[in-house]
Design a protein around this ligand. Structure first.
Ligand code: FPP
Length: 251
């Protein structure tokens, strides 16, 4: 069965289409608190969080934002209670299975980044299938950071480059920023222009440490399950009000 096409979200008129971020990254924080405030188990917050993410992905695509990257599970998240970790792994797997047709219909290319080999085998299989199936889609690049750690990503990139040097395939002087980024999980993906973090914390928590070098950071007190279209619109308005200088001076 082919999913019904959804009515596209109309971009608000006060957003300048020429100054939209081309890549938005999100730290989806506050699912647990959202659930707790309602007397629900934490996992209910994650469930609602998936709905928020699905809506955001569709809005980005409809408004002409070419890439969305979401922090779904950090290398530190293994320290959560076992039931919550198990729930999240099963949730990722189920969402992938259920949404694959929709992603094809909406021209989404999905990619997972992180140390994927440590994930349950059944999830890895689902990830491989989704990445292979959607690899030629060009509507939007959707990247999910899972078992992801920014420092680990950088260390792995260094190892690979050191290996090339040791084999005599690369001169240390030839290691440039460009070559370095090609060794990251995100090789080929442009750096985020805007990082949104929900639920008020002012940190980047080991997320895309290299890639976020010049991103504008927007933090909202709103918890992730409540982050809706109005909130996203506000974040984009704030972004458009910023002056991006990339370390230079505007005269
Ligand atoms: C942070 O809230 C949220 C997470 C660690 C999980 C986010 C994952 C999803 C929304 C599912 C995404 C699914 C796919 C397939 C991409 P928290 O639990 O840290 O909240 P708290 O800070 O209030 O405790």
């Amino acid at each position: 069965m082919t999913p019904k096409p959804l009515v596209p979200h109309v971009r608000p008129a006060d957003l300048n289409p020429d100054r939209l971020p081309q890549h938005v990254a999100v730290i989806m924080d506050g699912n647990g608190r959202w659930a707790k405030r309602r007397g629900l188990p934490r996992i209910m917050g994650h469930r609602r969080g998936v709905d928020t993410l699905k809506t955001l992905l569709r809005v980005c695509r409809d408004w002409g934002i070419g890439a969305l990257t979401a922090y779904a599970f950090s290398t530190e998240n293994w320290g959560r209670p076992l039931e919550e970790v198990d729930f999240l792994m099963t949730l990722f797997e189920r969402v992938l299975r259920q949404e694959l047709m929709e992603m094809m219909a909406e021209n989404v290319r999905i990619r997972f980044v992180g140390n994927l080999t440590a994930l349950p085998a059944s999830l890895q299989a689902e990830i491989d299938q989704a990445m292979a199936k959607t690899k030629d889609n060009q509507g939007i690049e959707f990247t999910v950071a899972t078992n992801y750690g920014g420092r680990q990503e950088i260390v792995e990139a260094c190892r690979r480059l050191a290996d090339q040097v040791q084999r005599g395939d690369l001169q240390p002087d030839d290691i440039s920023e460009e070559r370095f980024s090609q060794q990251l999980y995100t090789a080929g993906l442009r750096d985020p222009d805007l990082l949104i973090r929900t639920s008020g914390e002012m940190r980047i928590s080991n997320f895309l440490l290299w890639q976020l070098a010049y991103a504008e950071i927007y933090v909202t007190e709103t918890l992730w399950p409540d982050f809706d279209l109005t909130e996203f619109h506000q974040a984009l308005m704030a972004y458009q009000g910023r002056e991006r200088r990339f370390g230079k001076v505007n005269v």
